[in-house]
Design a protein around this ligand. Structure first.
Ligand SMILES: C[S@@+](CC[C@H](N)C(=O)[O-])C[C@H]1O[C@@H](n2cnc3c(N)ncnc32)[C@H](O)[C@@H]1O
Length: 246
């Protein structure tokens, strides 16, 4: 996903990566822009910025930098970038129109935006998610009584219409869908993955006393979903969107 997003960048360009995380799209973009260009990554999470900065140093990348920043309030002058990229971030931002306005502001006229978001789940994706959820639900605390009807981040920006609506100040909006398959060699790998991304918050809510049982039940339950050699395939429907700032 990151490689595809980063390929949008052109040699010599100044690129902003909004919500760069550990740099999945920042590093491919830095390679694309080359020594004449520059990539600046921002992320709200200090830990992400710390680790991505360490990776930049470790890899000896001299044309990229990462700082703490908020998509809703970009700390850059108007028209200071040729391109902005943002991979699986905007649906986390409480005020998405404000983030889109900020992105438009820091792009030069004619500058390009490249986004990755989730596309609509297919019936088979929903069925797999329900199975996985049902295996974990007995171990999760009940949802808070005050839970609102607000959509969760993974429910936001899931249609082409919602992207067009968000990017109403941009032109030439083009969306391409892609089914990203993630292959887990064993159910244990899938369990570890749940702790490494956005689901971690949910996993941490499992009480420590029942965690070993949850682990055992979940990984055993996954065996019915694996191929004979034990592999589990999880498919993520992704949507890549490009747009131009007039
Ligand atoms: C799913 S990760 C994607 C990271 C990276 N773009 C990638 O493709 O690997 C989402 C990232 O968005 C960051 N994030 C969430 N809200 C943000 C905001 N308002 N401003 C900047 N970054 C934000 C999170 O800290 C996290 O690193």
């Amino acid at each position: 996903m990151g490689v595809r997003l980063g390929q949008h960048a052109q040699p010599g360009e100044r690129v902003l990566d909004v919500g760069c995380g550990r740099g999945a799209s920042l590093f491919p973009a830095a390679e694309r822009v080359g020594p004449e260009g520059f990539v600046h990554g921002i992320d709200l999470a200090p830990g992400m910025v710390r680790e991505a900065s360490r990776d930049i140093q470790r890899r000896g990348v001299s044309n990229a930098r990462v700082t703490i920043g908020d998509a809703e309030s970009l700390d850059f002058p108007d028209a200071s970038f040729d391109a902005v990229q943002s991979g699986l971030v905007l649906f986390f931002v409480p005020d998405m129109p404000q983030a889109a306005a900020e992105i438009a502001r820091v792009l030069r006229p004619g500058g390009r935006l490249a986004l990755a978001t989730f596309a609509e789940d297919r019936e088979e994706d929903k069925a797999l998610q329900a199975t996985l959820r049902n295996l974990l639900t007995p171990y999760l605390p009940p949802p808070p009584a005050t839970s609102t009807n607000q959509p969760t981040p993974s429910e936001r920006l899931r249609t082409v219409a919602s992207l067009h609506d968000l990017l109403k100040d941009f032109t030439t909006i083009e969306c391409t869908d892609h089914l990203q398959e993630i292959l887990f060699p064993t159910p244990e790998h899938y369990w570890s993955w749940l702790w490494s991304a956005g689901m971690r918050g949910m996993m941490e809510s499992i009480p420590e006393s029942t965690l070993p049982e949850a682990h055992h039940t979940f990984t055993r339950g996954l065996h019915s979903l694996t191929t004979p050699n034990g592999t589990l395939t999880y498919t993520m429907p992704l949507r890549f969107t490009t747009a131009i700032r007039p």
